[in-house]
Design a protein around this ligand. Structure first.
Ligand code: PFF
Length: 461
């Protein structure tokens, strides 16, 4: 079979690295990683996380890029290309495009919150206000459906405007602008943190290993997070890989993305915790950390208004470059498999994701009584379904497929083409045994934790 052509490719290597790390670096890095690190024993957790990223995340990222580059198709089309239309192996393709759609819809609502906070920082809502008043703004926002919908709409329009421009003129071009700005903003916030008097406490909080806090649950958390943070199991890396040149060394490219993602998460953690400790506050977990504690902290330090603008812009840019990869993963599907034009596919999908995001934005106000899965509101249900089930299931199937069923010589060819043939035995061992086992364990425990076995008691061993 010949490659579907002509297909747009990344114009430059840097373009790909920035786009793929743009996808990886998102709310997960700036917001979630720092607080789960704090909750799970600091340095001990960082160590476990690094191991998970290297032995599970990196091999699966390579596998996804490999599938995309080999087939030059979207995530569903890739498996059709490899196994034919009726194969069971279309399942991970469908699941990952479905997961991309679900996450895109609610990620945009949360990204909308960050835009609201950029706006509030610019108009000076936090400066000089008492802490309680600042903290109550967040409750006010999530109780306000129309306001969230407005920002959700604005954010989705931004994604639409970028993705509609295509691979080179839209996604690559904007990542080349947004990612460097993101680095500069983060570097400024990081330096601010390191120069504050909470720097040492921040470093200890993040890196001092407390093995007593490290439980089996922490290991699961680290594994689960390594999936989300590297944008795996969501069709994004397969799609971005499909625009990658055959000359690229897949190991080097994946390593760059993984390292950037990790460094940014660590820097974000240090930037946040050091300023939090510098004003003698305790770091909160969950959304409260960035949407309550951080604005309070910045309202109390010199230059805080500017720092708050930087911080929320950083979050908004990180969310934007991630969400465009989610949208692109679905757009590529409609273009490749259904023959739609990019313009039509992007407008349709962004519109649909906006509509499906509406109940998310209303989850803590008008629709708070609507429990969708168990006692979870719509937002929590969508997040649980995508993060706890769809991602690990598609990751598991992808690693089983690549490790056991895909033609080894094609895989080798993909590695050899870019000069990384030597890594094949190690990579193959990890993707064949280690990744599927690790992901299966996460899936099992997540299912247990979220009550799947209460509905199907017979499944329990
Ligand atoms: N990696 C992003 C984060 O850490 O926030 C989230 C994400 C983006 C997941 C894009 C999946 C994806 F395709």
């Amino acid at each position: 079979m010949s490659y579907a052509s002509p297909r747009a490719l990344w114009a430059t290597r840097l373009g790909f690295i920035l786009a793929a790390s743009g996808s990886a670096v998102g709310l997960g890095n700036v917001w979630k990683f720092p607080y789960i690190t704090g909750q799970n024993g600091g340095g001990a957790f960082v160590l476990v996380y690094l191991i998970c990223i290297s032995v599970v995340g990196l091999p699966i990222m390579m596998a996804e890029l490999m599938i995309g580059r080999h087939t030059r198709r979207d995530a569903v089309g890739a498996f059709i290309y490899l196994e034919g239309k009726r194969s069971f192996w279309l399942t991970p393709g469908w699941i990952s495009v479905g997961a991309a759609f679900i996450i895109c819809s609610y990620y945009s609502v949360v990204a909308g919150w960050t835009l609201d906070y950029v706006y509030r920082s610019v108009i000076g809502s936090f400066a000089g206000q008492p802490a309680a008043a600042i903290e109550s703004l967040f409750g006010g926002l999530i109780a306000d459906g129309p306001r969230q919908l407005l920002w959700h709409f604005v954010f989705m329009c931004l994604c639409l405007g970028i993705v509609i421009g295509g691979v080179q003129k839209g996604i690559e071009r904007w990542n080349k602008i947004l990612m460097p700005v993101l680095f500069v903003l983060l570097a400024l916030l990081f330096m601010n943190g390191m120069l504050s008097k909470g720097a040492w406490d921040g470093i200890c909080f993040m890196f001092q290993p407390d093995f007593s806090k490290l439980t089996a649950g922490s290991v699961l958390e680290a594994l689960g997070h390594s999936f989300f943070t590297l944008s795996l199991g969501m069709a994004a890396m397969i799609t971005y890989g499909s625009y990658l040149s055959k000359q690229e060394d897949l190991l080097a490219a994946s390593l760059r993305v993984v390292v950037l993602d990790t460094v940014i998460a660590l820097m974000a953690g240090l930037a946040i915790f050091s300023v939090v400790f510098s004003v003698g506050m305790e770091p909160a977990a969950g959304p409260g950390l960035v949407f309550k504690t951080i604005p309070v902290v910045f309202s109390q330090i010199p230059g805080g208004t500017m720092l708050a603008i930087f911080f929320f812009l950083l979050l908004a840019f990180a969310a934007l470059t991630s969400n465009i990869s989610l949208l692109e993963a679905q757009v590529a599907f409609l273009i490749d498999e259904r023959g739609w034009s990019r313009r039509r596919a992007t407008t349709f999908l962004a519109g649909l994701a906006f509509v499906v995001g509406i109940p998310t934005a209303l989850s803590y106000n008008s629709l708070s009584e609507w429990k969708v899965i168990g006692d979870r509101v719509f937002f929590d249900s969508a997040d649980m379904l995508a993060s706890n089930y769809l991602l690990p299931i598609s990751g598991l199937l992808i690693s089983i497929y690549v490790g056991w069923f895909w033609n080894g010589s094609e895989e080798k060819q993909e590695l050899i083409a870019g000069g990384a043939g030597w890594v094949y035995p190690t990579w193959h061992f990890l993707i064949r045994y280690v990744s599927p086992l690790a992901v299966a364990v996460v899936l099992y425990f997540k299912a247990k934790e979220t009550g799947l076995f209460d509905w199907f008691p017979t499944l329990l061993p």
